[in-house]
Write a protein that binds this ligand. Structure first.
Ligand SMILES: [Zn+2]
Length: 84
């Protein structure tokens, strides 16, 4: 009985951790903004920190060139609200 309870708590914590991680990697928005670096209204895929320092909305291509990665303090993937 005691063991079962412990296992249940562990499972809950694991799920919570996964949700926290997801929160650090994705951001919900009402509409996907344009990439800050494209001049042809390419939709951004990430809200992320660039190698130059400032944050911006970047498409896949510019993210691969200027993005520093995903995670806390680095960048998040843009997700349309209620679509995930
Ligand atoms: Zn771009």
């Amino acid at each position: 009985m005691h063991l079962d309870k412990k296992r249940f708590i562990n499972r809950g914590t694991e799920k919570e951790n996964q949700m926290t991680i997801q929160k650090h990697y994705e951001v919900e928005v009402d509409s996907i903004p344009d990439c800050n670096l494209c001049n042809d209204h390419q939709l951004a895929v990430y809200d992320c920190k660039t190698k130059q320092g400032p944050w911006g909305n970047l498409c896949e291509k510019h993210f691969s060139i200027f993005g520093v990665g995903l995670g806390l303090g680095k960048g998040r993937k843009l997700i349309i609200k209620g679509k995930s």
